[in-house]
Design a protein around this ligand. Structure first.
Ligand code: ZN
Length: 411
C-alpha cells in the first residue's frame, strides 16, 4: 500500500480493512492518511491517468482499483482580468468547480468514496446531504452499479432533490435537520451494512483526501506560483481544510515554496465558524448556530461545521480570515461573476467573490495581492435563486416597439 492510515488521537496505524469503519477502533479518534513523501518526490503526477487520478500517489485508493470516474477534476483556473480590475486587485483567478460532471466539487469526493465502496465490496451506500454531495454520490453510485440511499431533511426543496432522484437514488426525507439525517445512517449501519459516503472526515475519511486535489491543480495551473489568498465557502469546512492539506503536501514535496492564506466564507444567516473566529475561539470551541439557518446559499447553511475544527485551524495556521456575507452581497457576486467572466455559480459558489469585495474594502486583502476564489457549484442547480432575483424581460407586443426596447437596453 502506498499510504498509511493512522489515528489522529492515539497514533496507532490501521489496515485498510479495519478502517472501512469511520473511526479508530481503539479510541474512537479520527482517521488520517500519510504518504511516503520522500519516495513520491519527483514522481508526484501520473501523466497517464485522467483528472484527480493523476494524483493517485497522494490518494488513499489502491492503484489496482477500478476507478469509479467520469472525468472529475482538471477544472479550469480562469484568470479574471475584468473582475481584478473592478475589485482593484493585481490578479484574480476563479477555480471553476462548476465544470465537474454533476456540477460541483463534490464529484471529486464521490469518485474516491465510490471507488472505496467497490474496493470494500459493499452493495449499498448511504449519504446524508440535501445538497451537491447527494447528487454526486447518486451519479457515481449509478456508474458503480450500487444502490444509493440519500437521507435529507424533509424541508429540502424538491428542485434540489430532483438531481439525486434522476440518477436513481433512493431518497428518504427526514423530519429534522441534516445532522438528524446523518445520525440515522450510523444507527442503522449494522442492520443494512451500507457504506457511508457523507462528505465529512469523521463520517468518511477517504472522500476528504480527494478534495485536496483542488489545491494540487491550483499549484500546477499557476506553475508553482503560490497565490496570496485562497478563498472557499464553508459549510461543513471540508473544502477549506483539505485545500490547506493539499498546499502543505505540495510544499512538503518541494513543489511550492510558500503557502497561501486561507479565507473561509459563510452566509450571515448561518455562520457558526465566522462567529468562532470573531470571538477568537479555539478550533474545538465552535458552537452550533442558534436559530433557524437563513440564507440563499442553502448548500453551506450548516448549523454546525463537522470539519470546522480542521477548517478553523487552517485559517489560524495560514494567517487567514473568516468572513460572512449577506444574501444581497451573494446575489451581487453571482451577477458580477456571470456578467464579467461567464461563470454561473450557485449562491455558495459566489460567496467567496462577495467576500473578496468586503476584504478589499477592509484593507485585509491588498491591491498587490493575488487571489483565487473557488466557485464550488453550478448556478443551474438552483435556478429558483436566480428567477427571484432578476428582472422579467419585456415581451414584444408589436414590432414597432423593437427599436425602443433595444435602445432602452443599450442605455
Ligand atoms: Zn486511536
Amino acid at each position: 500500500m502506498h499510504y498509511q492510515i493512522y489515528c489522529e488521537k492515539c497514533g496507532i496505524e490501521l489496515t485498510d480493512k479495519i478502517s472501512a469503519g469511520k473511526k479508530c477502533p481503539e479510541c474512537n479518534g479520527s482517521l488520517r492518511f500519510r504518504y511516503d513523501y520522500n519516495k513520491i518526490k519527483g514522481q508526484v503526477i501520473r501523466k497517464d491517468l485522467p483528472g484527480i487520478w493523476k494524483y493517485i500517489n497522494l490518494l488513499p485508493v489502491s492503484k489496482d482499483s477500478n476507478f469509479i470516474t467520469y472525468s472529475e477534476g482538471e477544472t479550469p483556473l480562469l484568470r479574471s482580468n475584468n473582475l481584478a480590475k473592478k475589485l482593484g486587485l493585481r490578479e484574480l483567478f476563479i477555480k471553476d468547480e462548476t465544470q465537474n460532471p454533476t456540477g460541483s466539487f463534490k464529484d471529486r469526493a464521490a469518485a474516491v468514496s465510490l471507488t472505496k465502496a467497490v474496493e470494500f465490496k459493499k452493495d449499498l451506500v448511504a449519504i446524508g446531504s440535501g445538497g451537491n454531495a447527494a447528487a454526486a454520490a447518486a451519479a457515481y453510485a449509478a456508474r458503480a452499479n450500487l444502490d444509493c440511499f440519500v437521507f435529507l431533511p424533509a424541508t429540502t426543496p424538491m428542485e434540489r432533490v430532483a438531481q439525486s432522484l434522476i440518477y436513481g437514488a433512493k431518497v428518504i426525507r427526514v423530519k429534522g435537520s441534516i445532522n438528524d439525517a446523518i445520525k440515522l445512517i450510523s444507527k442503522y449501519q449494522d442492520e443494512f451494512d451500507w457504506y457511508e459516503l457523507t462528505t465529512a472526515k469523521p463520517l468518511n475519511p477517504y472522500q476528504g483526501e480527494a478534495v485536496k486535489t483542488i489545491a494540487f491543480e491550483i499549484c500546477e495551473q499557476m506553475k508553482g506560483v503560490v497565490p496570496d489568498w485562497v478563498i472557499t465557502p464553508v459549510g461543513g469546512g471540508g473544502i477549506l481544510s483539505q485545500c490547506w492539506k493539499g498546499f502543505n503536501e505540495y510544499k512538503q514535496l518541494g513543489l511550492i515554496d510558500s503557502l497561501p492564506k486561507m479565507a473561509g466564507v459563510q452566509p450571515a444567516g448561518c455562520a457558526p465558524l465566522i462567529k468562532a473566529f470573531d470571538d477568537k475561539c479555539k478550533p474545538d470551541e465552535i458552537k452550533v448556530w442558534e436559530g433557524k439557518p437563513e440564507s440563499i446559499a442553502v448548500t453551506i447553511a450548516d448549523v454546525f461545521p463537522i470539519d470546522g475544527e480542521a477548517a478553523l485551524s487552517a485559517i489560524y495556521e495560514s494567517g487567514g480570515v473568516a468572513e460572512k456575507t449577506t444574501d444581497e452581497e451573494i446575489i451581487e457576486a453571482m451577477k458580477l461573476m456571470a456578467q464579467n467572466e461567464g461563470v454561473f455559480a450557485e449562491p455558495a459558489g459566489a460567496a467567496p467573490l462577495a467576500a473578496v469585495k468586503k476584504l478589499r474594502d477592509k484593507g485585509i486583502i491588498g491591491s498587490d495581492e493575488t487571489v483565487v476564489v473557488v466557485a464550488t457549484g453550478h448556478g443551474l442547480k438552483d435556478l429558483n435563486a436566480v428567477v427571484s432575483n432578476v428582472k422579467r424581460p419585456p415581451i414584444l407586443e408589436s414590432e414597432e416597439e423593437l427599436p425602443v426596447i433595444v435602445k432602452r437596453y443599450l442605455g
